[in-house]
Design a protein around this ligand. Structure first.
Ligand code: HEM
Ligand code: HEM
Length: 216
């Protein structure tokens, strides 16, 4: 029941899983996209097909992610983080979500404008989002490229900020997304010497730390 629930110290398991798998897929999509538009090799049509399928899978994943995220608030940022940096982080997250939606939708719409049906595995043909029109195609094709490189630039900035939190400020923000791999607290309990339990342990009151763990 508690599976994937977000706690105050880190993102829930589902959030973290979606974050890292989508990050890998999106970065891959940008590189595959850039390589395929510059290639006349035999693999190019297969790459374009895979690019479309993966891009549309990302659209499904981002819908799932946003629904989950709206129901599970993010862990709070450190109280001593300058207000401007906190605002910048939230703004960047909103922009990342907007681009994660825009990229597949623009890609899908541009196929409609080109008059090219999007055929999913199994032969399922997606409806066109816009009617065929050369000028609209040109506009959407340019938008797809510009937005992709804006997304990539923002991801670099965002990853840089994450690493700054993890290795310069060491404030536990990176650990909120890494989950169990890194402790948010500098002195993890396992580094402390073991304390002998008194024989009356069964009657001892429960620890105040209960509820901090993820339970997954
Ligand atoms: C395509 C790549 C990426 C995208 C689209 C992305 C997107 C996001 C978004 C939207 C959030 C807000 C939490 C949420 O609602 O899901 C977030 C949080 C976070 N991301 Fe990424 N991310 C990417 C790659 C990375 C990388 C490479 C790092 C490595 C340092 C990273 C580190 C973090 C951290 C530490 C947080 C938590 C920050 C906080 O709560 O303020 N992300 N990411
Ligand atoms: C997160 C999702 C996506 C990302 C990050 C992405 C990224 C890219 C990039 C970087 C390019 C190369 C742009 C250039 O340099 O001109 C590209 C091209 C392209 N993308 Fe996407 N894309 C995504 C989703 C989609 C979807 C869903 C479709 C269609 C259903 C699509 C169809 C295309 C097509 C047809 C091209 C051009 C191929 C060509 O002209 O040879 N993309 N994409």
């Amino acid at each position: 029941m508690n599976e994937g629930m977000q706690t105050s110290t880190r993102y829930g398991a589902l959030s973290r899983w979606l974050h890292w798998s989508m990050a890998a897929l999106i970065i891959g999509m940008v590189f595959v996209g850039a390589a395929m538009v510059d290639s006349v090799a035999a693999w190019q049509p297969t790459a374009v097909q895979l690019h479309k399928w993966l891009g549309l899978s990302l659209l499904v994943l981002v819908v799932l992610r946003l629904v989950y995220r709206l129901r599970h608030p993010a862990p709070p940022l450190p109280a001593d983080l300058p207000r401007l940096q906190a605002l910048g982080a939230r703004g960047a997250h909103v922009a990342l979500y907007a681009l994660m939606f825009a990229m597949p939708l623009v890609g899908w719409a541009m196929q409609g404008a080109a008059g090219t049906p999007v055929v999913m595995p199994g032969g399922w043909v997606l409806p066109a989002l816009v009617a065929p029109d050369l000028a609209t195609y040109g506009l959407l094709r340019d938008a797809h490229a510009v937005l992709a490189y804006a997304l990539f630039a923002l991801v670099l900035l965002h990853a840089g900020a994450g690493l700054y939190h993890g290795f310069v400020r060491r404030d536990g923000v990176l650990a909120t997304m890494l989950g169990g791999a890194v402790s948010a607290e500098p002195d993890a309990p396992e580094s402390l010497p073991a304390i002998e339990e008194p024989s009356t342990a069964a009657a001892a009151p429960p620890s105040g730390e209960a509820g901090r763990g993820e339970g997954s």
